[in-house]
Design a protein around this ligand. Structure first.
Ligand SMILES: [Zn+2]
Ligand SMILES: [Zn+2]
Length: 183
């Protein structure tokens, strides 16, 4: 699984944002207010560039503007080539691109100082520890909301009255059917 690009520890008392090193130094307490309750924020950011319709227009416009200069440069280039010079054409087609960014985030609130201290104990394993902690918390939140474990496949689901198979202990119709056929 991909590690988060950024992990932040936010003090729930004074809102100070700390990194893992700072939290480790403070032994799990906030370095500003000695707060002991944290929000953990892990984020994954993807950046890429795209050519939009606006970029194409800008590129065409820039090329038109530069065209006369490029044409002027051609004789200079030829002359310098003729006399053994080392002059290369400085202009090309400029293609504009637009930078795009998208960020995914996973958050856990109300994390104790002891947990935070354990998560940050080893600098090399902060990412993997935080990741498994976040997954654990997400499962916990699901079971707090009344989720049950499917008798057939073991996944968590929330029973709904309208779906009879969920009331019978299965996450899906397929799982309910499987349990009938399996010995
Ligand atoms: Zn604080
Ligand atoms: Zn199931």
């Amino acid at each position: 699984m991909r590690y988060p690009d950024k992990i932040e520890f936010i003090c729930e008392k004074c809102q100070l944002t700390s990194g893992a090193n700072q939290v480790r130094k403070g032994l799990g307490r906030c370095s500003r207010c000695l707060g002991e309750s944290w929000t953990i924020n892990a984020s994954w950011t993807d950046t890429w560039s795209e050519t939009t319709a606006g970029d194409v227009l800008k590129s065409v416009f820039a090329t038109l503007l530069l065209l006369p200069i490029m044409l002027l440069a051609v004789p200079i280039f030829l002359l310098s080539a003729l006399f053994g010079g080392d002059f290369s054409l400085p202009f090309g087609l400029s293609i504009f691109k637009t930078k795009r960014k998208s960020t995914n985030q996973r958050t856990a609130e109300g994390v104790s100082s002891e947990t935070v201290r354990n998560l940050t104990l080893e600098p090399s394993s902060v990412e993997s520890r935080v990741l498994s902690y976040l997954s654990l918390r997400e499962q916990q939140d699901l079971s707090d909301s009344g989720a049950q474990t499917c008798q057939e496949c073991g996944s968590l689901y929330v029973p709904v009255r309208e779906k009879s198979w969920t009331m019978a202990g299965y996450c899906s119709k397929a799982c309910a059917a499987n349990s009938q056929t399996s010995p």
